[in-house]
Ligand binder design. Structure first.
Ligand code: ATP
Length: 353
């Protein structure tokens, strides 16, 4: 297994800075998710880790071995890195067993060892019994399991996964998240997992690296990045927080246009431009006449979407500010309904961008 150290990594494509100075340390045996919108540099990072590309600046170390820098790059086959892609890239003319055995045969391992290792890998991904099937005789989920078995059978130090579940339907994707996490826990392989799906990153990873335009916005456990976003981007990207620009009037009091909101106390000076971030699930919608003590403002429902166990309601507040609230599905919030929106001060987090 490998500890990975990425230092000041940069990669340009003509005018585009795909990576603009990335610093990241990944512990031996850790599972880290790179999460961010399309084009933020996730795949570029993975390609540099795999050895498919050379950085323009910076270094990558596997333990105490320098493997990438502008001066040179250790080729992919000498890094002991496994890869799993979105497209499974299985050999169509080879059976499951032969697909998984392929990497071991390239390494000229003996027959008994190949048999033993293929059996171990197929057991790990719950595919025993399907050894003689061809890829076209498997479901998408089963094909992705073969791709996973093929990557781990050579016992890589590091496994790189690039959106491996995006081709699967929603239910299967949820199930496979737990499977990948289990495979990680049983093998202890250091894993770097690229996704743009925040729920996937949060279920799978020990730590989530939130990226935006070639830079890291925040690194933390799923709970840390959800509960303590450090920037407006992270707050909005993780959990779709409502982000209201404002000015700090005094500690714990922010003016956002016509609204005056009590917030969690930040350590910034009065007069600072701030953003109040509050999650849709933290807003309460009440009757217009409800006597709510503090942080309650008048609003009018502009949109309502029924989502089964809850509903997504958009409300326009004074000054034209729109917020999203999650409300119980049994209550009715037809567009035009007058409501009071309650912001609990403890749920109003302040970020200074
Ligand atoms: P996605 O989620 O859409 O796969 P990503 O976060 O993986 O996106 P990258 O593929 O790393 O993003 O791309 C980062 C930036 O570099 C983007 O602006 C992209 O257009 C650019 N880029 C990536 N590869 C190339 C290339 N071969 N030539 C030119 N520009 C590239």
């Amino acid at each position: 297994m490998a500890r990975i150290t990425i230092s000041k990594l940069e990669r340009r494509y003509e005018e585009t800075a795909a990576l603009a100075g990335l610093d990241l340390s990944i512990e031996d045996g850790e599972l880290v998710a790179l999460l961010g919108p399309s084009g933020c540099g996730k795949t570029t990072t993975l390609n540099l880790l795999a050895g498919f590309a050379r950085p323009d600046a910076g270094e990558i170390w596997f333990d105490d071995r320098l493997i990438s820098s502008p001066r040179g790059v250790v080729p992919p086959e000498r890094r002991n890195v496994g890869m799993v892609f979105q497209g499974y890239a299985l050999w169509p003319h080879l059976t499951v067993e032969q697909n998984v055995a392929f990497g071991l045969e390239l390494r000229r391992r003996g027959r008994p060892e190949i048999k033993r290792e293929v059996d171990w890998a197929l057991g790990l991904v719950n595919l025993r019994g399907l050894e003689r099937r061809y890829p076209h005789e498997l479901s998408g989920g089963q094909q992705q399991r073969v791709a996973l078995a093929r990557a781990i059978v050579v016992r890589p130090d590091t496994l790189l996964l690039d959106e491996p579940l995006s081709n699967l339907d929603a239910n299967l994707r949820e199930q496979m998240r737990f499977e990948i996490r289990r495979v990680h826990d049983e093998t202890g392989i250091t894993m770097v997992y690229v996704t743009h799906d925040q729920a996937e990153a949060m279920v799978i990873a020990d730590r989530v690296v939130v990226m935006n335009v070639g830079r890291i916005e925040q690194i933390g456990t799923p709970r840390e990045i959800y509960e303590c976003p450090r920037s407006r981007f992270v707050a909005a990207f993780i959990g779709n927080a409502n982000c209201l620009p404002g000015v700090l009037v005094e500690p714990g009091l922010v003016r956002c246009g016509e609204l005056l909101l009590r917030t969690a106390t930040p350590s910034v000076a009065a007069g600072t431009d701030v953003t109040v971030c509050v999650r849709p699930s933290a807003l309460r919608l009440c009757e217009p006449a409800a006597t709510v003590s503090e942080n309650a403002v008048h609003g009018r429902v502009v949109q309502q979407a029924f989502l089964g166990d809850h509903q997504d309601v958009r409300v326009e507040l004074a000054g034209g500010i729109q917020v999203r609230a999650l409300a119980p599905s049994r209550e009715d919030f037809e567009p035009g309904t007058e409501v009071r929106v309650q912001f609990s001060p403890g749920d109003c987090h302040i970020v200074v961008d």
